[in-house]
Design a protein around this ligand. Structure first.
Ligand code: 13P
Ligand code: SF4
Length: 317
């Protein structure tokens, strides 16, 4: 049997042979994160997909991320090692839903989280990720109504931090993050009064996190609502003994690698995204050997979705 090192060497050799760059999301399995050329959050990976010179991108993540890479780099070959790697949040809204919602509010600006299909992005005005959602909202004139989709917790979070009251929010959720609830966060924070809290805004507990901070239950500076990339930057700088992390557990691998003196523990150890974990060592090898599975986005949909994604990439860059 092949050792982990032999496997990694083979993956890198095959990638070089294909002129491929391997991108991995922070929720991927540790061995996939370690072998990738770049690891990051949704925004960083979108930017990289647009910038890298390689002719092929092997996307170790979920389907909408590979589609976003294809939208930004139509001339590149985009491979997703497991095409069934979907997203429960992206599944909560269809292009027909967006058209109907816009029909009810024709003057509104439609903001879509990147966790949506290409067909949904094509129906929206601007995209956002968890790291730039508030900046995207602030870039829209105050008197324009906003339709925000599909994540209700991220929507409630940006509404709160921007103070905008003319935002309507789609009631979608990610089953992994919704499962990290306020009750669990509160209990963990009370049991560990010195620990910092890193909370992803998609979490069911995101509103509770802000409440804990503003009510004084936990000192405000210890509570951080962050994207996965934001968590990594915070981890590199923290001097806390312990950080309780509310997001998909794959994130812990990067956090622990970035800082060996702080202890990082999950708020909910069962918060695992089975879609993200579908990209296994064997599947990555298979994808590189066989050039599978290539992701295509119909040209007309890609052209409309691109405007929305490019508007996002331009904000705050
Ligand atoms: P970020 O990496 O942008 O924080 O996204 C989290 C997520 O759920 C992606 O599936
Ligand atoms: Fe989708 Fe949630 Fe998995 Fe992210 S963690 S890919 S939002 S199901």
């Amino acid at each position: 049997a092949q050792t982990r090192q032999e496997w990694a060497a083979e993956v890198r050799r095959l990638a070089a042979e294909r002129d491929a760059v391997i991108l991995a999301h922070n929720y991927q399995r540790p061995e996939i994160q370690d072998v990738a050329h770049f690891t990051g959050d949704s925004l960083a990976l979108s930017r990289l997909a647009a910038e890298v010179e390689a002719s092929t991108i092997v996307f170790c993540g979920v389907h909408f991320m590979a589609e976003t890479a294809k939208i930004l780099s139509p001339e590149k070959t985009i491979l997703l090692p497991e095409p069934k790697a979907g997203c429960s949040l992206a599944d909560t809204v269809t292009a027909d839903d967006v058209r109907a919602w816009r029909g009810e509010h024709p003057d509104a600006v439609v903001v879509a989280y990147v966790n949506t299909t290409a067909a949904v992005k094509a129906e929206t005005d601007v995209c956002c990720t968890s790291s730039n959602a508030a900046d995207v909202i602030r870039s829209i004139p105050e008197d324009r109504e906003i339709l925000f989709l599909p994540d209700q917790f991220l929507g409630a979070h940006v509404k709160r931090v921007t103070g905008r009251d003319n935002i309507r929010i789609w009631m979608g959720e990610c089953h992994v993050h919704a499962g990290i609830d306020g009750h669990t966060l509160r209990a963990r924070a009370e049991a560990e009064p010195d620990a910092e809290l890193y909370v992803h805004p998609e979490c069911g507990c995101a509103t509770s996190a802000l409440y804990l901070a503003t009510s004084g239950a936990v000192p405000e500076e210890r509570v951080k609502v962050l994207s996965t990339g934001g968590m990594l930057s915070a981890a590199e700088q923290t001097t806390a003994n312990k950080v309780l992390v509310a997001t998909e557990t794959g994130m812990l691998h990067q956090l622990r690698a970035a800082n060996h003196t702080t202890v990082f523990e999950p708020v909910n150890a069962r918060a695992e995204c089975h879609y993200m974990k579908m990209i296994t060592a064997d599947k990555l090898l298979w994808a590189l050997r066989n050039g599978t599975t290539e992701i295509h986005v119909p040209k007309e949909i890609a052209a409309r979705a691109r405007q929305s994604v490019e508007r996002m990439v331009a904000i705050g860059s």
